[in-house]
Design a protein around this ligand. Structure first.
Ligand code: ADP
Length: 194
């Protein structure tokens, strides 16, 4: 199964992806995690990305493509993957399609977690207390939400046109949202129309 998860910052996308990783035994590939690791390790890429991330802007597409290409080249993605945080704009969606076409492994399912923006600010404030993320201040979160609306929201339309998108409501409990996602994936597997 090759799955892309979409959702605004604070939609619970990362949490759901981590649970799905356990449930489905597929690697959870989070570009946010890959980037934060690069920042911590002070790699060249990390040094380039840190300031951009701290503003809540998008890291350049060519840098991201290289990162994702490297990751998808590893052997653990043979049986599929859960992509979280990529693609984040239309250019990335097109690059990903081209890359996966070359690998003969097209995206099979795209799930968007929908959430009310007001809930997001509250959730992220809570997360900021638990994790030490320098991009979780209210001002930066608002910028990430703006970037999401302007650049990432159109990606849902891109996949909808290709018949790959299913939306789930993200305002239930973690378990409830997980069940919604699993039922979407089950239906896909049994061949019912989306
Ligand atoms: P969230 O979805 O909660 O905003 P992420 O961990 O997915 O957080 O991403 C954190 C930051 O990493 C983003 O604000 C952005 O700066 C950078 N980033 C992650 N994925 C991408 C991507 N595909 N393209 C560009 N920048 C990205």
């Amino acid at each position: 199964m090759r799955i892309v998860l979409l959702g605004a910052p604070g939609s619970g996308k990362g949490t759901q992806a981590a649970l799905l990783e356990q449930h489905l035994g597929l690697p959870h590939i989070s570009t946010g995690v890959l980037l934060r690791t690069a920042v911590q390790e002070q790699t060249e890429l990390g040094l380039q990305a840190a300031a951009i991330m701290d503003r809540g802007e998008l890291v350049p597409d060519d840098v991201m493509l290289e990162l994702i290409e490297q990751r998808l080249g590893r052997p653990d993605v043979d049986r599929g993957f859960l992509l979280d945080g990529y693609p984040r704009n239309l250019a990335q969606a097109e690059s990903l399609d081209a890359l996966l076409e070359r690998l003969d492994q097209p995206v099979e399912e795209v799930i968007q977690i929908d959430i009310d923006p007001e809930q997001v600010i509250a959730r992220i404030a809570k997360r900021a207390e638990q994790e030490d993320r320098s991009d979780d201040t209210e001002e930066v979160v608002r910028n990430r939400m703006r970037v999401y609306q302007e650049q990432t929201a159109p990606v849902a339309g891109y996949y909808a046109e290709r018949g790959l998108l299913t939306r789930v409501l993200g305002d239930g409990s973690i378990e409830e949202v997980q069940q919604l996602i699993l039922s979407v994936l089950d239906q896909g597997e049994s061949g019912l129309p989306a």
